[in-house]
Structures are given as C-alpha cells and as structure tokens.
Design a protein around this ligand. Structure first.
Ligand SMILES: *Cc1c(COP(=O)(O)O)cnc(C)c1O
Length: 397
C-alpha cells in the first residue's frame, strides 16, 4: 500500500494516491500518457471536434429573464446549458476525453462505475462510438431505482453488471470497477465519472470539464462586457463545479459557490459541509464517516449527488476560502425543479436544482440590483420525471 505522499496530485494536504501496489503502475502509465496527450496538438484538435460535432458544444449561456424577475430583479441570472449536451449532462465532456486517452494507450475495453446511470450512459455512448467493449458496474439498488438508464446503457451495447455487495450503491460499484481494472489493465481503461479517486484522475477529469468554464467566461464577457459577481454549481464528486470554476479561480472578485445535497428524511450527502477528512477510493479528502472511520451512506433526492465523498481539490478550495460551500435540502431543490420548468420552459435535473435553490435564497437577501450570476445547469430532468411525479400531482390537483 502506497502512503499516497509520493509524486504529484496533491491539493494542499488533500488528494494523493492511497492504492495497492498493483494499481500504482496503472496510475503512473495513465499519468504519463495524459501528459503526452495534453502536449499533442492532434489530440486536442480531435477532442474539440468531438465536443462540437458529437456533443453539440459550445452549450449556450442563456439569460433566464423570467427567473431573474421572479428573484426580485436584483440580478441577471444566466444558465450554462450543460443539459443540452448529448446524453443530457456534462458527463460526456469527460468521457470523450478519456475514451481518446484509452485509444492512445491501445486499450480496447472500457469499465466504469455509475450511480444514477448518467455517467454509465455517457460512457456507454462513447464506447459505442469508438467500437470498444464496455462494462458498467452499478449497485443492485440503483439498478432498481434507475431502470430507464439501465435500458439505455444496454441499448448502447454496454454490459451492466449489478454490484450486490455493501450498500449496493455507487460506493460499492466503484470498488468493483477498480477491481475489474486492476485485473484486466492490459486491455482495459477505467473512466471514472467525477473529480475523485487517486491521482491523476481528479486532475484529468477537471481538465476535461474545464471547457465549461472557458466557454462561460467568453460568453459572459460577450453578453455583459464584465465578469459575473457569482457562479453557483452543485457538488456531488465535484466535476461540473470545478469545470466551471476553473476558468475563474484567479478572479478574486468572482464569488464561487458549491452547493451540496443537505437534507433528506434519511440523512444528507454533504461531505464538505458535514464531513471530516479521510481516505476513500484512493484519495484523501472530506467524506462522511462515523467515529470509527466507517464510511456512511449518502442520502439525496438527486441521485447524482448521492456520494459520501468529494473531490480533493474541493477540500483544498474550501480550506483556502476561495470557494464557499453550502447545503440545500431536498424540499427546496424540488421547489426549484418546478419553478424552472414553469418559468423558463426548461426541466432541470434534480442535481443543479440545488444550485438554483441556493441562488434564489441568496438573492432574496440582496438589496442592490446590478449582480450577474451564472448557475451551471449540469443536466436535464428527463431522468427525474418518475421521482418527482408525486410532487407534480400535488401541484396540479
Ligand atoms: C453526475 C451529476 C452531477 C454530480 O457530479 P459532479 O461530478 O459533482 O458534477 C451533477 N449533475 C448532474 C446532472 C449529474 O449527472
């Protein structure tokens, strides 16, 4: 077992690679190949072309005028429309980058973990596009809860393997995916779905998601001729948030706010706001654990936020004070879900509803009227329709 302190991949005291010996060489190979790829003009050009023609980038930065008015007109709220990406969320940005890395390394098989199924669907899509074999690990319980995404993955040609161990959710599926990778590393690449895991994954995933922030920066300068005062994004593992934050980290006047899932009847999924530092999936970062260091179960109405850990760079950004983290309960996220649908004709995923709900609360306390706020709309809500059906029935009765 490595102690995680050698080599790069540290964000302050967080990150590293706390992994068994057998994984170390896989990670070093990946690190080397990624460094070479970033220097390779043809790699960057091919990725840019795929993002444009396969996923539909650039995504719009949409001025949500009705929502802005409803929030008292104290700010102009813009939505970064990651929901318009192919497969319905920002996940595909990372999957396209990583599948190109896999091909560079001569790998013909892809494995991945998925919780809600969003990362699994994006991974299955890019594997199909590149004619690679694809195995997705998914907790048994999640497979029951997210039926349509299981069907989508299978339609896209992926094998979906149920994880029956532990809590039968994302944390356990991640363990199975890592185990598969170590066993089959000669021909297999592991596409992790967020800015988590051992180095170099948190850096690779952030870099592939950074296209969100680069576009948003250019678009807001075009629309407003100024930078935004605030950027708000939801935080599960942290990839959509780091993707948009990364282009603004150096702009001290731009407030960056990450919003966690902070309250179901059964608990929460707020590793930063409620957790303590520890090691999960090869990385040292804030996580939800009990006094004995046992990892606790996460609970959120938004399946994509339902992870007990968080990426190490977020832990660093919280400690340094550059990013502020908040939590929003299920109830408020649900209200934001129906608000955005009715006000703007956009059905959002439940995950970014946490960022929308926070934004609304934040603006309720404002008295001045010249703010520009960007909310990262990380995905669309088709996948959540069943979960919110009861709510919608309540509203229309
Ligand atoms: C997976 C997912 C998230 C959470 O993951 P991050 O890595 O924190 O971005 C948020 N929103 C949507 C729509 C997702 O599918």
């Amino acid at each position: 077992m490595s102690d995680g302190t050698r080599g790069g991949g540290r964000f302050g005291r967080y990150g590293g690679r706390f992994v068994p010996e057998t994984l170390m060489s896989c990670l070093l190979d990946l690190e080397r190949e990624y460094a070479a790829a970033t220097e390779d003009e043809s790699f960057r050009a091919e990725l840019a072309e795929l993002l444009r023609l396969y996923s539909g980038r650039p995504t719009p930065l949409y001025p949500a005028e009705n929502l802005s008015r409803e929030c008292g007109g104290r700010a102009r709220i813009y939505l970064k429309r990651e929901d318009l990406n192919h497969t319905g969320a920002h996940k595909i940005n990372n999957c396209l980058g990583q599948v190109l890395l896999a091909r560079r390394m001569g790998k013909r098989r892809i494995v991945a973990e998925t919780g809600a199924g969003q990362h699994g669907v994006a991974t299955a899509a890019v594997a199909a596009r590149f004619r690679m074999d694809c195995t997705i690990y998914m907790g048994e319980l999640d497979m029951e809860r997210q039926r349509p995404n299981v069907v989508r993955m299978r339609l896209l040609g992926a094998e979906v393997v149920p994880t029956a161990s532990g809590s039968r959710t994302l944390k356990d599926a991640t363990n199975d995916a890592i185990r598969d990778w170590v066993t089959n590393v000669r021909n297999t690449h592991y596409i992790i779905g967020s800015t988590v895991g051992p180095h170099p994954y948190p850096t690779i995933v952030r870099d592939f998601q950074a296209v969100i922030g680069r576009e948003a920066r250019e678009q807001i300068l075009e629309a407003e001729d100024r930078l935004p005062s605030v950027i708000v994004a939801c935080v599960g593992g942290g990839s959509n948030a780091l993707g948009i934050f990364s282009a603004f980290l150096g702009d001290e006047d731009v407030a960056l706010i990450g919003v966690e899932a902070g309250g179901s009847p059964d608990g929460h999924a707020a590793a930063l706001c409620e957790g303590t530092p520890g090691v999960l999936h090869g990385s040292y970062s804030y996580l939800m654990q009990d006094d004995d260091g046992q990892v606790e179960l996460a609970h959120s109405i938004a399946p994509g936020l339902d992870y007990p850990g968080v990426g190490p760079e977020h832990s660093f950004l919280m400690d340094s004070g550059r990013v502020t983290y908040a939590r929003v309960p299920d109830r408020e996220a649900l209200a934001a879900f129906s608000d955005l649908s009715r006000l703007e004709g956009i059905i959002p995923a439940l995950e970014p509803c946490h960022a929308l709900a926070f934004t609304r609360k934040m603006l309720a306390d404002r008295t001045d009227g010249d703010d520009v706020v960007i909310v990262n709309l990380s995905g669309r809500g088709d996948k959540d329709i069943d979960a919110v059906t009861d709510l919608i029935e309540d509203l229309t009765e």
